[in-house]
Write a protein that binds this ligand. Structure first.
Ligand code: NI
Length: 155
């Protein structure tokens, strides 16, 4: 990471993290085509309902980087918002994961797998380092993914 000048003009590499929250609504059916109907029923219960069901998801994106000496910011929020909208929200919001998001044709669209897919989509954000994705499916369930040192791939 390049050294930055801090507010007093001193060279600094202090990293600060920026978290931003986004919302999307989408539907899914938890079903693994490699398992029998009975196994799917047993594992996923009512989430295996053939017609699917929806959630109002909350997604938190955490990025980090040095504070730019001129702007006092890690990254411009408008740039982050535009990037997230293009890379994730346009494909996810008001969609059926199983039917409309190719990454989930073969992969079960659990919130764990959403975290991994979102991380892959956002890790190329040019202005800061993507640290972590957190997705809450309901008020009671949330999942986090912070990437791997090797290539991030869905199972
Ligand atoms: Ni569900």
């Amino acid at each position: 990471m390049a050294a930055e000048k801090n507010l007093r003009g001193e060279t600094s590499e202090l990293k600060v993290a920026l978290g931003r929250r986004y919302h999307f609504a989408a539907s899914h059916r938890l079903h693994n085509a490699n398992l029998t109907e009975a196994q799917n029923q047993e594992i996923y219960g009512k989430c295996n309902n053939p017609h699917g069901h929806g959630h109002n998801y909350t997604m938190e994106v955490l990025v980090s980087g040095p504070v730019d000496a001129a702007t006092g910011m890690i990254a411009n929020l408008a740039d982050l918002d535009a990037f997230v909208e293009t890379k994730v929200l346009n494909d996810y919001d008001h969609k059926s994961f199983n039917d409309e998001v190719p990454a989930f044709r073969e992969v079960v669209p659990t919130t764990e797998n959403l975290c991994i897919d979102i991380f892959q989509r956002l890790k190329s954000f040019p202005q800061a380092t993507l640290e972590r994705i957190r997705v809450a499916e309901t008020g009671n369930n949330s999942f986090e993914y912070a990437g791997e040192h090797t290539e991030d791939t869905l199972p």
